[in-house]
Design a protein around this ligand. Structure first.
Ligand SMILES: NC(=O)c1ccc[n+]([C@@H]2O[C@H](COP(=O)([O-])OP(=O)(O)OC[C@H]3O[C@@H](n4cnc5c(N)ncnc54)[C@H](O)[C@@H]3O)[C@@H](O)[C@H]2O)c1
Length: 347
């Protein structure tokens, strides 16, 4: 199988290495010449996956046309905010790929300008005949662990299960186990909104809160995420799966998560710019916080934790103010829409 992985950052490189380990012919494309020349020279990606040996035989290029020609599988692994521009560059090249080429997006996020999820972005860029061949890989998966060959399970969503299955087979190894589903929007919302909750958990820990707070934030975060996903037509069971609770738990409980680290730094009193500079890589949650907040407002979905994270990042709310505001909220029934016996707020 000929595979083009578009985006040689942490995730693109880890997946390219995994695919190469299955003897697929894999070429990694990136816009950044230094990243590409580094991979071409050493076979490894010292910038994004330092100290990790990638599978031998990976090719790397900055020539997009050369990457796409003859591809049976194109993996889109660039950050969400540049997915549209990269997809637009791929569109005219698609006729040079294999006729039945599958395009698998592994990006988690919402385009902040349009509030479109990745499937909406890609379906607006590619012609309708390509849409069934678009698939979405998500779930609890740190790039460093996948690159190191550690056990991982993910979900592949597609509106046409035939192509989800094809993607599943292309990626599956003894240690990398993809499941399939038709619930594209559920998988997408889970993968994106969890980053916002990870910032909240990091922040709580930065403030000195411990495991009780983590569990509360993760559980109530899941409840918010499920409400948003359902408002967009998702199956609530998806949010109980790998792309929902699975990814949420992973992201919220590990210092490997960039979003958790952003929150932790803020909780420790650092400003956003300092934290992001130290990170040196994309923390999708910072942009996702805005997108999730705006999407929730546009759909009339109540998301108090995501709203607090948004105001903290963009409107100058302090961590202490966020905590005070959340603690002062009306007491509620745990399940949405259920009334209290004395007629209290049931929102
Ligand atoms: N890192 C992980 O563990 C992980 C796991 C699962 C999913 N993801 C998702 O994968 C996506 C990519 O994340 P990452 O961690 O690989 O990011 P990264 O910051 O490590 O790499 C991003 C890559 O995109 C390239 N890029 C940036 N701007 C570009 C542009 N305008 N045009 C073309 N290429 C551009 C960069 O050169 C870089 O190589 C994100 O949506 C992330 O949420 C990441």
């Amino acid at each position: 199988m000929h595979v083009a992985v578009i985006g040689a950052g942490s995730w693109g490189s880890a997946l390219a290495s995994l695919l190469r380990s299955k003897d697929h012919d894999v070429v990694l494309w990136d816009i950044d010449e230094l990243t590409v020349s580094g991979i071409a020279a050493t076979g490894d990606n010292e910038r994004y996956l330092p100290g990790i040996s990638l599978s031998p035989g990976l090719r790397a290029t900055t020539d997009l046309a050369a990457a796409v020609v003859g591809a049976d599988l194109i993996v889109l692994a660039v950050p969400s905010q540049v997915t549209r521009e990269v997809a637009e560059r791929i569109r005219p090249l698609l006729p040079t790929a294999a006729e039945d080429c599958v395009l698998c997006s592994v990006t988690k996020g919402i385009e902040v300008e349009t509030l479109m999820t990745m499937h909406q972005v890609l379906e607006s860029v590619f012609p309708p005949e390509v849409h069934p061949r678009l698939t979405y890989l998500s779930g609890p998966s740190f790039a460093v662990e996948v690159a190191a060959g550690l056990p991982t399970a993910v979900t592949v969503a597609a509106r046409d299960l035939v192509y989800a299955r094809r993607t599943q087979i292309a990626f599956a190894t003894k240690f990398f186990r993809p499941y399939v589903t038709e619930d594209v929007i559920g998988v997408e919302i889970g993968g994106c909104a969890k980053n916002v909750i990870a910032i909240a958990v990091g922040l709580a820990n930065g403030l000195g809160f411990e495991r009780n707070a983590d569990a509360a934030l993760i559980t109530r975060g899941l409840s918010e995420i499920t409400r948003l996903a359902m408002a967009l037509g998702a199956d609530p069971l998806t949010l109980g799966g790998l792309a929902g609770v699975g990814d949420l738990v992973l992201t919220c409980t590990s210092e490997k998560s960039r979003n958790y680290r952003v929150g932790y730094g803020l909780g420790q009193g650092e400003d956003l710019e300092t934290v992001q500079q130290r990170l040196g890589q994309v923390a999708e949650g910072v942009v996702n916080a805005k997108a999730v907040h705006l999407l929730a407002v546009s759909l009339g979905v109540e998301m108090p934790l995501c709203n607090a994270v948004y105001r903290l990042l963009y409107e100058g709310l302090t961590p202490q103010q966020a905590v005070d505001e959340l603690a002062a909220r009306d007491l509620k029934h745990e399940l949405p829409g259920r009334p209290l016996p004395d007629g209290g707020d049931d929102a």
